[in-house]
Design a protein around this ligand. Structure first.
Ligand SMILES: [Zn+2]
Length: 304
């Protein structure tokens, strides 16, 4: 991730906020958030407090979300005056964040920019669907990892915005996930490992005889189930059948033969043979890279 690009994007959203509203939002941040910043992150807010909040690192966000004072922040102040609201007639800080600020950061051009900064081509939640956009159409949505109704303050924080496919964004809804794609403490291969087994003796001829099984990290099980990934991946049993047939009918030395003809790196040779990116750092470049790599590894066609 290029920090400078993240900064330019966030600054662009920040400076285009209506000036009077931005000043009130900043004042609210100084009143309500400064002491929390100081206590938890051991640093002060700058003279652009809301921009500081947009630019929080993933680790800082994680620390703040875990503190009960953050979920209990009082947003019932008018964005027009920064005075406490009694009725519902005025736009509160919360409404302003959830509606206006969210709309500003999620508009098409900025969603495309976020996607380009992250270098993601495939949804990081499912690794099944492309999210690239054409000039006219946008196929990427933005999920708030920590949902915006509970944490309005992080509605435009870069590392709370997960580019995702419409299917995952809808399936997640307002549910709470435990493992963000930005959490690097648990790698993709630790989160999830696919395997397969035959349900009967017809598995070489019938894809329905192949069951795709999975082993999930204890912290990823919740997210995996909410996204219904077990059932969604079972749809791809035909791919497993293709891999098994390749294992049987294409000899082991085939990979070496490819290398003798075209000198390629190991990664390129593996991609040519499997049809997907097999290095963990590249799974996001092509759909189903994780599933297919795991099965090739299991069948000893790939080393890990
Ligand atoms: Zn997805």
């Amino acid at each position: 991730m290029n920090d400078e690009e993240v900064k330019v994007l966030c600054e662009n959203v920040y400076i285009h906020m209506k000036e009077a509203y931005r000043k009130n939002l900043d004042k609210w941040c100084l009143t309500k958030v400064s002491s929390i910043f100081q206590r938890i992150l051991d640093r002060d807010l700058s003279d652009k407090p809301f921009l500081d909040i947009m630019l929080l690192s993933y680790d800082e966000l994680e620390k703040l979300v875990a503190d009960p004072t953050v979920i209990n922040l009082d947003y019932k102040f008018s964005i027009k005056s920064n005075r406490r609201i009694k009725g519902n007639r005025l736009i509160s800080i919360k409404d302003y964040l959830i509606n206006n600020v969210y709309n500003a950061i999620s508009k098409d051009s900025r969603r495309k920019k976020i996607l380009s900064i992250t270098h993601l081509s495939v949804c990081p939640y499912c690794n099944r669907n492309f999210m690239n956009s054409s000039t006219n159409k946008n196929t990427c949505e933005l999920d708030h990892f920590w949902n915006k109704s509970q944490f309005p303050i992080f509605v435009a924080s870069f590392y709370n915005l997960i580019p995702s496919c419409p299917s995952c964004n809808r399936n997640k809804g307002t549910e709470t996930f435990l493992l963000s794609p930005y959490n690097v403490k648990i790698s993709s291969n630790q989160r999830l490992r696919f395997s397969w087994y035959p349900l009967d003796g017809n598995f070489l001829f019938n894809r329905d005889s192949i069951y795709i099984s999975s082993k999930t990290h204890k912290d990823f099980k919740n997210d995996f189930d909410l996204l219904d990934l077990q059932n969604l991946y079972q749809i791809h049993s035909d791919l497993i059948l293709d891999i098994i047939l390749k294992k049987i009918f294409i000899p082991e030395y085939y990979l070496n033969e490819i290398n003798n003809i075209i000198p390629l790196s190991d990664s390129d040779t593996n991609r040519l043979f499997t049809g997907v990116y097999t290095d963990e750092k590249d799974y996001h470049k092509r759909p189903l890279s994780k599933l297919i790599s795991d099965i090739y590894v299991e069948l000893n066609h790939l080393e890990r």
